[in-house]
Ligand binder design. Sequence first.
Ligand SMILES: CC(C)(COP(=O)(O)OP(=O)(O)OC[C@H]1O[C@@H](n2cnc3c(N)ncnc32)[C@H](O)[C@@H]1OP(=O)(O)O)[C@@H](O)C(=O)NCCC(=O)NCCS
Length: 187
Amino acid sequence: MISPAVRLRPARPDDAEPVAQLHARSWRLHYRGAYSDAYLDGDVVADRLAVWSARLAEAGPGAETFVAEDDGGLVGFVHVVFDHDERWGSLVDNLHVAQERRRGGVGALLLTRAAEAVAERAAGRGLYLWVQEQNTAARGFYRAMGGAQVETVAIAPPGGVPEWLNGSPRKLQMAWEDVKSCEARVS
Ligand SMILES: CC(C)(COP(=O)(O)OP(=O)(O)OC[C@H]1O[C@@H](n2cnc3c(N)ncnc32)[C@H](O)[C@@H]1OP(=O)(O)O)[C@@H](O)C(=O)NCCC(=O)NCCS
């Protein structure tokens, strides 16, 4: 189902604050278990704000961020890096939808927009991303979008601090050989 009244547009530098807030909220909800509580309950907002302020201030032709918004403000975002890997192509680095708007088609809209941007602007046709093994909801979403699981590797500790990981969590690589096949499947 497509959510009503959701608009997509490229992100601007002044989106850094709301994007960082949504990103941190989403990590705290969905990365708990893999990342330690000490890390997630710490300075995650400041960390994300530094990342997004730099990214959106230095936006260039090599990457794009799209935001989804409704009349109440930001409801999701996606960031894609064009031609990131020789074998796998462009990288979807972040895709997050506000908790209250999940399962309303916003994620599919954002990922489809990122795939369109790859088709328009990247040299290669491939698209890939990493998803935490424990994140079964997102894995279901990527499967529904036609992604294939191609690799499983250990997650690196955030900030390079081993104590900020719980155990030895893993992440899965999902890939589309051709971005044209990245679209919502009718279930
Ligand atoms: C993963 C995420 C981006 C999906 O966005 P969304 O807007 O909720 O997903 P959509 O409504 O567009 O779903 C499209 C299809 O994907 C599948 N899907 C979505 N969520 C699913 C879930 N929890 N379990 C199984 N399949 C799911 C369904 O087939 C769905 O179609 P349907 O609702 O008509 O059945 C969103 O849930 C999210 O932000 N999660 C938290 C952050 C996160 O994990 N990001 C990914 C990091 S790698």
